[in-house]
Design a protein. Structure first.
Length: 103
């Protein structure tokens, strides 16, 4: 079984930074960046669980929910990752999104 703890820690850290960010930063794009990441992580988890199933897009629940959305999607993905390569790619996505979000 793959240890995906680094991914869960990374999304938890990103979520904590979003929660601590001022509303103005969330409005300037940090929340949108987080939602985009959450959607991508959720899609990857769906594909790993059921490659033939229909893709479902995570809804936009508002800027104050973005932190929770990346945590849920990241933790879900961590449960289904199978390879070190998949883990590395997920970590790269989280790191790049956090940089773009500026938090």
């Amino acid at each position: 079984m793959l240890d995906a703890t680094p991914l869960t820690r990374a999304v938890d850290h990103f979520a904590d930074r979003l929660r601590a960010a001022p509303q103005s930063r969330l409005q300037r794009g940090a929340a949108a960046e987080a939602l985009g990441l959450a959607r991508e992580l959720a899609l990857r988890a769906q594909r790993l669980e059921d490659a033939q199933g229909p893709a479902r897009e995570m809804p936009d629940a508002g800027m104050f929910a973005a932190a929770d959305q990346i945590m849920v999607a990241g933790h879900d993905l961590a449960l289904v990752l199978r390879t070190e390569g998949e883990l590395a790619e997920a970590m790269r996505l989280v790191e790049e999104a956090q940089k773009r979000a500026g938090v």
